[in-house]
Ligand binder design. Structure first.
Ligand SMILES: Nc1nc2c(ncn2[C@@H]2O[C@H](COP(=O)(O)OP(=O)(O)OP(=O)(O)O)[C@@H](O)[C@H]2O)c(=O)[nH]1
Ligand SMILES: [Mg+2]
Ligand SMILES: [Zn+2]
Length: 292
């Protein structure tokens, strides 16, 4: 793998990120190709977005089997992955540490309806061949908390010693991986190792949410009112499905939480909509005053 330090022209209107295709001459990036997909999240300041990786085909959502993975985290990383344009796969790794992997798969089933789930372990090798098959045709990146086992997975998946030696850093410490790096995998495929994600704040779209919450969104189309708030009012198909045990209650809560987050973002990014909302709130307050 060729590696060199390049600078980029301040005339570029987009900052190059890992995964970008760049035109380089004399150590300088002159231009970038348009991005096919982009894994994004809000900047820490919340106003802009940060592109974590570009041109990714597969996003492995990596969670450790032990301690029990956070379903909320899986849902959020899934929204991020769907929104990027890539295909998410849930990887439950460190399966060797788990006494009952089947039970664990049942546990994550409600949050992985439309995606593939792979149980893996670098200790006993399970799932690795299957993952090699998934990553061989394009570029893959991994999303997951620090310590989830992302870099270990990359090492285990790759047969080429050189790349392994170059990345093997399997200390117990937090944030072992601090930079983003592309690795050419053996026999084929490219993987981008990125540091664990600390914050689960989202830059979501309705589409990403609908893909992730396919079960809830599908049923919601049957609610009697188009603007149904799904909080138990008459004609709500989602509330009925929860009551009938067809949709877990936490799934509905999760879905409502990301919806709220999305509408907050939309208002923040759209001051006119924010003003409109304020007007509506004011009116509602006035009306409730009048009624009294
Ligand atoms: N028992 C067991 N331990 C594992 C497995 N995979 C990873 N580990 C251990 O988990 C720890 C963290 O692994 P890393 O691969 O560094 O985690 P990471 O997700 O890359 O973490 P950051 O780089 O900080 O984001 C290391 O001590 C690994 O040895 C596994 O399949 N089984
Ligand atoms: Mg790492
Ligand atoms: Zn409803």
């Amino acid at each position: 793998m060729a590696s060199e330090t390049v600078t980029f022209s301040s005339a570029l209107d987009v900052t190059p990120v890992a995964g970008d295709w760049a035109a380089v001459r004399d150590g300088k990036i002159l231009g970038l190709a348009g991005r096919r997909t982009a894994v994004e999240r809000p900047d820490p300041d919340g106003n802009r977005t940060q592109v974590l990786a570009a041109n990714i085909d597969v996003v492995l959502i990596v969670v450790a089997a032990v301690p029990r993975p956070s379903l909320r985290a899986v849902e959020r990383m899934q929204v991020m992955a769907w929104d990027s344009g890539a295909t998410p796969v849930l990887v439950v790794t460190k399966a060797d540490l788990c006494a009952d992997p089947e039970e664990l798969l049942d546990y994550v089933a409600p949050v992985s309806a439309g995606i593939e789930v792979v149980l893996s372990s670098i200790a006993d090798g399970r799932g690795l061949d299957h993952l090699r098959g998934l990553i061989q045709h394009g570029t893959t990146t991994m999303l997951g908390a620090s310590g989830a086992g992302k870099t270990s997975l990359l090492n285990a998946l790759d047969g080429a010693d050189a790349a392994v030696a170059a990345v093997r850093r399997d200390g117990q410490g937090r944030h072992t991986t601090t930079t983003r790096r592309l690795f050419f995998m053996w026999p084929s495929g490219v993987m981008l190792d990125i540091p664990g994600i600390r914050s689960l704040s989202l830059k979501a779209t309705q589409e990403g949410i609908a893909d992730t919450f396919e079960d809830v969104a599908g049923v919601a189309r049957n609610c009697r009112f188009g603007d149904c708030t799904h909080d138990g009012i008459a004609g709500c198909a989602v509330a009925a499905a929860v009551a009938a045990g067809e949709i877990p209650a936490r799934r509905l809560e999760s879905w409502l939480a990301v919806q709220r987050e999305l509408s907050f973002q939309e208002r923040r990014n759209n001051p006119a909509a924010m003003a409109e909302q304020r007007k509506q709130w004011k009116q509602a307050t006035k009306m409730s005053r009048k009624r009294r």
